[in-house]
Design a protein around this ligand. Sequence first.
Ligand code: ADP
Ligand code: MG
Length: 395
Amino acid sequence: MKTIDALDVPGRRVLVRADLNVPLDDGRITDDGRIRATLPALRKLAERGAKVIVCAHLGRPKGQVKPEFSLRPVAERLSELLGEPVAFATDVVGESAQATVGELGDGRYALLENLRFEPGETSKDDAERGAFADRLAGLAELFVNNAFGAVHRKHASVYDVPKRLPSAAGGLILTEVGVLQRLTESPDRPYAVVLGGSKVSDKLGVIDNLLGVADRILIGGGMVFTFLAARGHEVGSSLLEEDQIDTVRGYLRRAEEAGVEFVLPTDIVAAAAFSADADHGVVPADAIPADRMGLDIGPDSGRLFAERLTGTKTVFWNGPMGVFEMAPYAHGTRAVAQGMIDSGAFTVVGGGDSAAAVRTLGFDENAFGHISTGGGASLEYLEGKTLPGLVALEG
Ligand code: ADP
Ligand code: MG
């Protein structure tokens, strides 16, 4: 893949696809990690005299203009962090975008409104997507993709624009791909993978591939209950993918044959409702009351997981161990994060919420080997899928 250094950027309009999909609460950015991760590439281009036109998506407005998904708060935060003005276009490729780009000086920054306000961005129809990509590419002379978090999407700004402009991969993509290559091709062993979170059906697919690579797989978060159900246990009203129970049974069987160790929690924090104030307590993992839902792994499991990370050389973690956003259910996630740090292994955190958990629970990001900005993209890479955004940059 071509790098930014290979592009002749001085005085030219460079469109940068960035990943600025930050969590928002009432218009307030609750974690600006993705904005911070974008800064080096933008600064590098501006320092070389480029006119830097940033485009990104936020949430899922589904092709409609929805003010609650506006990137305006992101433009403000980006400007604060850069210490430079960021001109904000109130549309993606319309009059405002044209005018903003037209007025942009060398070494200056602009941000376009949410790409997903345009139906063409995510359209499955090649012609519709292509027509939008024509207009987006028309704003610039060169293209840089720095949005690792979006490379698994066949979207206009990821897949079609690089076919229309001389393109390069930003530093963020190069770093991510380097780390993931190391995990898939030559991980130092023992190699442990910790999986959790709530996107259970998405993540079960990764296990298929990991069974051939990882030495140990630790399961927490919402995924646990499909495993417990597969072993015949009651899971109450916990998250459950009923139609995946057989798949999970297959994984358990294959793991045994392949000598891969599955570590499941021995105890669970079970609550009367999905709420921080709900009545809750620790129960054995094989005896969850029918009227309770599991919202975290229990304290014994936290110790067990940390112990099973001791002595490993590589750890990949995706998905919080519990509903860490609520204090009573944050213990398991904290225990695993601490266990990773204490292990001394090369540690990789992948997944938007996992990365946010590390920061909001007060861990030092630098204590981890690598914190990936792209959850879905890193998982698909580990699954061995080809990622459209990377293919387009190679072509
Ligand atoms: P990531 O973004 O790191 O890939 P996911 O998006 O899959 O992770 O899941 C993150 C969410 O999973 C968190 O918001 C957390 O509250 C939720 N979660 C974790 N454990 C449970 C559980 N037992 N029940 C319901 N939700 C859970
Ligand atoms: Mg998530």
